[in-house]
Design a protein around this ligand. Structure first.
Ligand code: FEO
Length: 392
C-alpha cells in the first residue's frame, strides 16, 4: 500500500469506499472516503477511525507505519458510525490507548453506542494533549455535524482535523486538493453542505469565527480530499453558505400526472427566463432529490408544483418538501402551482410546507382546472416574470 503523508510523521490511514451511492438518505454519485490520520511522536495518536466494514483497510495502513499496540490515543472527533464504527475492533488492538472525546455529548455518545469499558478522556474547548514534540488542541464545533462534533488541531504543523466539516463524498486515490479536479470536488463539497449541514448556517459561522484564530496550513477532513493548497476555497464557501448567500437563480420543481402541471412549470420557467433570471426545471420523478437540494443552496427562488391527488400533493413532492423543511434553507422566496380536477388542495398545502421550511411564499393563484388553456399558460408566464422581479 502506498503511504500517504501529510507532513513528516503525519499519515492518512483511512479507507476508500468507491461504490457508496447512498449515505443516510443522500445520493453519493462519487463514493466517499473515511479519513483517519496517524501521528507518530513520543506518543502515537490515531485521529478517528473508519466505517466498520473498512476496518481491515485502515488496520493494514496503520500496520505499515506502527504496531497498533503502540497507539496511545485514539481521538474520536465525532460519534457517528462512519468514523467511530471501527473503534471496538481498534481498541482490541490498541489495548493501552485512551479514547479522547468531547466532554459535552461525545462521552455519552460513545457509551450509548458501544457500551464498552474503554478509558475515555473527555476534553473541552482549549484543552491540549502533548504527544512529545507536538501538541493536539481540541475545538468543539457542535452540529458540524452532530452535537458531539469536535475539531482537533495539530498545533506545530498547523493542521486542522475538523471531521465532517469541509468534507465531501468524493472517492479518490489522489488525496490532496492540488491533485484532483477541484471543480468536481467543489461540486461534491457543495452537495455535502447542502444535504447535511444546511440547517446549521449560524453555527457554521460561529465555528468559522472560532477557527479564524488559528493558523491553518492544511485542513484534513474525515471525507474526501485534504485541503493543502486551497484551504481558503472551502472556508470562504462555508462562510457564504453559512450566511445563506444566493444568486439570481430560480428552480421550478414539480411532478405531474397527465402533463398539465408540467406545462405550467414550463410556462413559469419561460416567464422567469424572459425576465433575465437563470432558471432550471426539475421533474421530481426524473431527478435525484439530493442533486436538487444541492442546487437550492445557491438559488434565490424555489417554485414548487404538484397536481392534486386524493386531496393532497403527489408523494414525490411531499417527500421533497419534507426534506426541504428539515434543511431550513436561508433567504429563499417561493411559490406553488398545480393542476387539479375537482379540488385544488395541493397548491395551498405546498404553500404551507414552503412556509414551514422558512421560505418567503408569494401567493400565485396558480391552481388550474384540468389542462391549462392559452389564458392559463399566459397567467403562468406572467407570474414567472413577477417572480423573477423578486429573485433578480
Ligand atoms: Fe461523516 Fe456525521 O458523519
Amino acid at each position: 500500500m502506498t503511504k500517504v503523508m501529510l507532513r513528516e510523521d503525519v499519515y492518512w490511514v483511512g479507507a476508500i469506499d468507491w461504490n457508496l451511492r447512498e449515505f443516510h438518505g443522500y445520493s453519493t454519485h462519487h463514493g466517499t472516503t473515511y479519513n483517519a490520520y496517524l501521528i507518530i511522536d513520543e506518543k502515537v495518536a490515531l485521529i478517528d477511525t473508519v466505517k466498520a466494514p473498512f476496518y481491515q483497510e485502515m488496520l493494514s495502513r496503520i500496520k505499515e507505519i506502527v504496531d497498533p499496540k503502540d497507539i496511545d490515543y485514539v481521538v474520536s472527533n465525532h460519534v457517528e458510525m462512519d468514523h467511530s464504527g471501527s473503534l471496538p475492533m481498534m481498541m482490541k488492538e490498541a489495548r493501552k490507548a485512551k479514547v479522547i472525546t468531547v466532554e459535552r455529548c461525545g462521552e455519552s455518545g460513545l457509551k450509548d453506542n458501544f457500551h464498552a469499558d474503554w478509558e475515555l478522556t473527555p476534553v473541552k474547548e482549549g484543552d491540549e494533549i502533548s504527544l512529545g514534540k507536538r501538541k493536539l488542541a481540541f475545538i468543539p464545533i457542535p452540529m458540524l455535524h452532530w452535537p458531539d462534533s469536535m475539531a482537533t488541531y495539530l498545533v506545530e504543523d498547523e493542521i486542522l482535523f475538523p471531521n465532517d466539516a469541509f468534507g465531501q463524498h468524493f472517492a479518490t486515490s489522489k488525496l490532496f486538493d492540488d491533485e484532483v479536479d477541484l471543480e468536481a470536488v467543489m461540486a461534491e463539497a457543495t452537495k455535502y453542505y447542502a444535504t447535511i449541514l444546511m440547517p446549521f448556517g449560524d453555527l457554521i459561522l460561529r465555528a468559522l469565527d472560532k477557527l479564524s484564530g488559528l493558523k491553518i496550513k492544511m485542513i484534513a477532513p474525515s471525507h474526501g480530499i485534504i485541503w493543502r493548497s486551497h484551504p481558503e476555497r472551502i472556508t470562504n464557501s462555508y462562510a457564504a453558505w453559512g450566511r445563506g448567500d444566493t444568486k439570481s437563480k430560480a428552480l421550478v420543481i414539480y411532478d405531474t400526472m397527465w402533463g398539465s402541471t408540467e406545462k405550467m412549470a414550463q410556462a413559469l420557467a419561460e416567464g422567469i427566463g424572459e425576465a433575465g433570471v437563470e432558471v432550471r426545471l426539475y421533474g421530481l420523478s426524473q431527478s435525484d432529490r439530493s442533486d436538487i437540494i444541492k442546487e437550492i443552496l445557491g438559488a434565490k427562488g424555489i417554485i414548487v408544483g404538484s397536481p392534486t391527488i386524493n386531496n393532497g400533493m403527489l408523494p414525490t413532492v411531499a417527500a421533497f418538501l419534507c426534506n426541504l423543511k428539515g434543511l431550513k434553507p436561508k433567504g429563499k422566496v417561493g411559490a406553488a402551482f398545480g393542476s387539479y380536477g375537482w379540488a385544488g388542495a395541493a397548491v395551498k398545502q405546498i404553500e404551507e410546507e414552503l412556509g414551514k421550511a422558512g421560505v418567503e411564499v408569494i401567493k400565485s393563484d396558480l391552481a388550474i382546472k384540468f389542462v391549462p388553456d392559452e389564458d392559463a399558460i399566459k397567467k403562468c408566464i406572467d407570474f414567472g416574470r413577477a417572480m423573477a422581479s423578486k429573485i433578480g
